[in-house]
Ligand binder design. Sequence first.
Ligand code: EPZ
Length: 431
Amino acid sequence: MDKFVVRGGNPLLGTIKVSGAKNSALPCMAAAILTEDEVILENIPQVRDIETERRLLAAMGAEVDLGYGRAQHRTSIRCATLSDPVAKYEIVKTMRASSLVLGPLIARTGIARVAMPGGCAIGGRPIDLHIKGLEAMGATITQDHGYLEARTPNNGNSQLKGAHIVFDKITVTGTEDLLMAATLADGETIFENCAREPEVSDLAALLTAMGAKIKGAGTSTIQVHGVAKLHGARHRINPDRIEAGTFLLAGAITGGDLDVDCCNPAHLGALIAKLESCGIRLDVGTDHIRVRSGGSLKSTNISTEEYPGFPTDMQAQFMALATQSEGTTTITENIFENRFMHVQELNRMGANITVEGRTATVRGPSKLESAAVMCSDLRASASLVLAALVADGETILDRVYHLDRGYEHFEEKLRNVGAQIRRMGDVFTKK
Ligand code: EPZ
């Protein structure tokens, strides 16, 4: 299993480029299921989850470029025929992609079999709201042997029908999955209490380019007027706001001077406000943000909320920064029930963090020391890298495959701005 070796102490200096958003690319790739035509997606990040979804689509019978265009971060997908509309467990288990193919698959083929996505390190990750929404649109969904079988009315021979759906909880992929299903439903669908994440709007932009009739994406109420068919399109994926946020924190925690380029600051409002309240200096441009230390770091309080609130996907990374802040920072995780696994690893590096229910209390500043630590999930891995960038000595991070799921060329990008980081086995380039 790959490891990272990180020697702390270098401020990050220079420009670091943000890749396309994994959490936009995944639903947009699934949207290609809705048409027989070719869908071309640009600015696709080269990360493990994207490869997994390519394999999932190809296994269903889609023609997916597996090598073509990767250098240009482009993916071409054509689902002319879906010979095997099944999302197989051995692929789904590595990434809960079935929560994004269920809706488009049943809308396109009338019958879909998808492996139940398991839970993951951060929580149970149920998809009951996806199922409830599809049933409201007339689908019949049964479960057997770990698979969901979904059929449209008339035993898969009729379309889904428009419905009025109010989400019990705000769900990002639930909104995306059902939005895709509704584009081909018969009649009008109104969704209320939708997720407002930029990734939902990015997907809606692609669907609209494919001929879908959608109003209100990015707000909590979305209206869809179903159409008979969708056609192909070309679409450029949004920059990854979580990768951008992670790099802002890397510049802040190392006391560097870093220009985070090719990002969309409009998607980072909550994080920008928090960083400025901690005394971090930010120069916000139209597509880049320069981050510099503003002297000692003030403590603050974080409560994760759905967008546009403080993102849960930035919680672990912010906790690493909080270990360097003067005073006490409280961090409340409201979205997932088990997203504090980075805490014990940070404490092993010398942090002072206690957890009570959904709230972690971080007392700082702590002098972090190198240690052998274990990555547990995607964003916890990023948190441990940030801590290692300021820890004294060489930190060894194990199981960095978690990080490879959602960060493209992470160690190269950081090394190019002065971090001493290598994947085990690289030649160590001293700066
Ligand atoms: C998306 O996951 C993201 N993944 C996650 O990013 C992100 O953390 C999450 O949204 C919240 O922003 C992708 O977009 C691929 P949810 P998703 O449905 O859609 C509960 C990362 O690090 N819920 O918005 O699966 C659920 O348990 C990943 O890139 C139900 O109860 O999250 C959670 O408590 C991690 N029933 C809450 O809703 C459902 O049917 C929000 O989950 C669906 C969700």
